[in-house]
Design a protein around this ligand. Sequence first.
Ligand code: FAD
Ligand code: NAD
Length: 469
Amino acid sequence: MPSSFDLIVIGSGPGGYVAAIRAAQLGLKTAIVEKYKTLGGVCLNVGCIPSKALLNSSHHFAFAKHGAEEHGVVIEGKVSLNLPAMLRRKEKTVQQLTGGVAFLMRKNKVTVFQGHGTVPEAGRVQVRKAEGAEPEELEARHIVLATGSVPVALPFAQPDGQVVVTSTEALSFDAVPPRMVVIGAGAIGLELGSVWARLGTSVDVVEFLPRIAAGFDPDISASLQRSLEKEGLRFHVDTKVTEVTVADKVATVRAAAKDGKEFTWEAERVLMAVGRKPSLGGAAPDSLGLAVDEKGRIKVDHHFKTNVPGIYAIGDVIHGPMLAHKAEEDGVACVELIAGKAGHVNYDLVPNIIYTHPEAAGVGLGEEGAKAQNLAVKVGKFPFKANGRALASDSADGFVKIIADAKTDKMLGAQIVSPAASELIAECVSVMEFGGSAEDLGRTCHGHPTLSEAVKEAALAVDGRAIHA
Ligand code: FAD
Ligand code: NAD
């Protein structure tokens, strides 16, 4: 007899494991299937967490080398890098968190099946521990696909795992590469480009679009670029990579800029950071008849239902930004709807963050996006160099920008460049979720001295009444 469940989730990334916990909380007999040995998906194993661990460690290294002296901190002798120790710390953090997810599964009585899951038809899941092995048969009234995404590559430069690599390998290089070309100036390219530049790699970043971090307004991208150039990254925007060849463990990368200029770089590593694509991970055979859109994303309605009754999908494998927190919200809403509750995700207010130094964070509409929609907006800006706490703590790069409706003052968006942007943006998300105005934010008392005062000041600046600028 197959084991029977109310709900089976396939994939244990932030979408899948959060859906499983919430389903168990709601009283559903729940199982989760994961093909990797550890739980947590891309985010915990080879994404958000290891990249942030390396960003933190490499920032300390750069500070010890270049920043400590200004603070009167004298480091006797040479500051040097112990890369294996840095990588061990990263792995320890990953193990702590993936182990934490396993603990949460036990705590919530979610049954974990380790193996490759497939859905031959609605109501049935097969789990294979190894290729060709006899499958274990499971049954469930509801099946949630949370199979995530995989990197995309340029057709003429397929990753070989050695010289031409994806983010996964770039989280574990066994030595600091002397030279690296990063293709793509999105979140992955900027974060991992920063890590290796801080550790001593000569990094060139090639971006097809006219600016880096293209999801942000041009002034935000420009401010971020200036700061990252100070860390040693070199940027080539409006530039298209045309050829990548590898010989004797060295890549030759050719690129052409829009203005006709041509580039050739040699590098020990080429990081492919040109985006990710949804992946069904072999979970849904063609015979299942699952409908996907032109980008390969599983089509779902606003209840996360696919076209096959009893099968749902969440996270990177459906539409919307490919972000861990979005996947988590999908997971919660999906199972709440299955349990007859009122789940909902507001895709307009999913914060977008790049964890460089400084960080860039945004939510809602940018100034450019609002104008593209012909909305009349007012914009308030406040620079961190006018904020006491920022000056006292090496955080004076960057600024806050608040975008509000010109007539009603309702907050439409916020964008921030600051070492603490990822934390500061949360306040803007909350105000916007409650339909607040720039004035609401500007009249809210903020602690002093804090970086968050710059958010308040930018909100006041919408009405031309910032105090300290
Ligand atoms: P995933 O995390 O991709 O998990 C899918 C899981 O499904 C995987 O474990 C996979 O093994 C499993 N699976 C697939 N098919 C099967 C099958 N047939 N049977 C069993 N198991 C299967 N996002 C952020 O919000 N913040 C960040 O800082 C951030 N940093 C990132 C850094 C990097 C380097 C990368 C690559 C990504 C980063 N992301 C970040 C994106 C984030 O990792 C994803 O948006 C998130 O992991 C998506 O979650 P998910 O649950 O949809 O899928
Ligand atoms: P991305 O889509 O964020 O950026 C890819 C960049 O590559 C774009 O700017 C694009 O214009 C550029 N590009 C595409 N083709 C190119 C070419 N031929 N030559 C030069 N440039 C080219 O993708 P990513 O950085 O690979 O990240 C993948 C996904 O993972 C994204 O959805 C991202 O949100 C997510 N992620 C998020 C975080 C975070 O939240 N901090 C961190 C890492 C990854």
